[in-house]
Design a protein around this ligand. Sequence first.
Ligand code: FAD
Length: 156
Amino acid sequence: MVNCTGIAARGTLDDLRGVKGEMLVLRCPELTLNRPVRLLHPRFPLYITPRGDGVFMLGATQIESGERRRATVRSVVELLNAAYALHPAFAEAELVEIGADARPAFPDNLPRLRRRDGVIYANGLFRHGFLLAPAMARMLADWLCDGQKPELCDED
Ligand SMILES: Cc1cc2nc3c(=O)[nH]c(=O)nc-3n(C[C@H](O)[C@H](O)[C@H](O)COP(=O)(O)OP(=O)(O)OC[C@H]3O[C@@H](n4cnc5c(N)ncnc54)[C@H](O)[C@@H]3O)c2cc1C
């Protein structure tokens, strides 16, 4: 069996923790960005990703907390200030969505394939789940089908 339940596996994987992330979706039809833009911020790596039709995703905070809901005023203000610093047109943007969740992460923030009691846990994708999921899935398939022990394997 393969378990890829993210932060819900915290009860079994005792070194798995939640790292809270908050994000915003803004609509700003006056502005065009042709690629994601990274922003320097003293506390967390921020980025603005254009989603087309004047919609932008702005993320994400990085807070040591397993809390999965409740974006705070401080985080929202910091995200909005970052957007406004990038381009003054964001002052007139529509605030479409405020999101919050906890990313599953191990102490070194690196993902793991871990076999425990006959179950393989694929977890710890931290900030990079979308980016790393294909590589994790490939390693998992190679392990299951060809017995090729993955680089990220972590067995008891
Ligand atoms: C604000 C924010 C912005 C982010 N931005 C990015 C980004 O730009 N790029 C990027 O690569 N990553 C990003 N991430 C991180 C990314 O979301 C995570 O790395 C990724 O979701 C982890 O994937 P996962 O499959 O391990 O867990 P999840 O995505 O949480 O998936 C686990 C799934 O298991 C299900 N589940 C739980 N318990 C059970 C059960 N008992 N039975 C059946 N199903 C169950 C859950 O419902 C869920 O669907 C961001 C995270 C946040 C919070």
